[in-house]
Design a protein around this ligand. Sequence first.
Ligand SMILES: Nc1nc2c(c(=O)[nH]1)N[C@H]1C(S)=C(S)[C@@H](COP(=O)(O)O)O[C@H]1N2
Ligand SMILES: [Mo]
Length: 379
Amino acid sequence: MLAQSGGILIAGGVLSTNDAFAQTHPKDLIFRTTEPRNAEPELGKLVQSWLTPTKHFYVRSHAPNPVLNPDSFRLRIEGMVRKPASLSLGDLGKFGKKSTTATLTCAGNRRAEYNNEGKVGGVQWEAGAIGNATWGGVSLAEVLKQAEIAPETKHVWFEGLDEIPKSGKVIPFGGSIPIQKAMIADGPGAPLLASSMNGETLTPDHGYPLRSLVPGYIGARSVKWLGKIVVSDRPSPNHYVATAYKIVKKTEPLDWIESAPIYRFPVNAAICTPKRNAKVSSGEIELSGYALPTGRPGSKIKKVEVSSNGSKWVEAKLTGEDTEFCWQLWKATIGVYADTKQLWVRAFDTSGGFMPARVPWNAKGYLQNSWYRMPIQIG
Ligand SMILES: Nc1nc2c(c(=O)[nH]1)N[C@H]1C(S)=C(S)[C@@H](COP(=O)(O)O)O[C@H]1N2
Ligand SMILES: [Mo]
């Protein structure tokens, strides 16, 4: 069980999974759960830079990190292909190197805000389940081309090597994406088989040695510890495509059947400084945060607006880089007074995406992108 749980031997004893990773790959995050590891950064730390350092990059895992040997690691390519393959890391290295900067965000980011209306289960994320990194690897499209996919192909499935206990069974995490997205070979929207993050080898938390990385899509489609790709005429039957990651009011079989898997993420934004519930004196104060455009090709942040208590909206200044599939950072100055209870932010993107005043409650607490309302104390 030692290898399974990821413990490592050190002089004088065995470190637990958590201690071991803490030493080799330090994280400066708030842990919502430690086994498996689910953690998000303090929001003030999150927006210190446009590129998120790995130590401040959220982790969302459904099972403990699998411990994988890079020498025996193989990525299998199966399904509707003329040339099924089993590729070592060396084989993958023969494809041209590609890199892309893209924001990854969990569909459950800001989930905790739904609890005002009705309890939602799952990791109780605040607004930190998001990060922007440069990912390096090879093109998914090139690997699929080499496998010679059948003309009837409609979806590409990804399967992780993790082992998730689910209803008395053990299942891998799985995702799938439409073939049209999978076959984008160039440009910032092209999916990667990624082996590096921010110029360094992927850490175990982020999928070492290989993950899919799908710009513009919810994080769940970027499958970590990727062991298998299946080319198919239908979406993956894996739980995390067929059942989870859908917008439902109830969790009855018909609710799942009637709703579609979530792919692209919608526009979103949050205030990151000052802290929630911070005490500030009345007068002008500085706000900062992030804004994410819809994950649609060509979409960028057009405008960010802040307001105190929902009165007059004031335009924020964009301070990060203006790149599709990536968040923007922003700063704003706003007056706060004795009666100011909340500060709000909303963002608009160039493809018509806007944040609604309210998002209807859904049972799994996904895609919360209503105006971000942050309580504040004036004193
Ligand atoms: N194999 C595997 N891949 C996975 C997951 C997982 O639990 N197992 N979680 C997914 C979810 S829900 C998200 S939001 C992202 C998070 O990526 P990160 O932990 O690198 O931030 O990974 C996705 N890929
Ligand atoms: Mo997620």
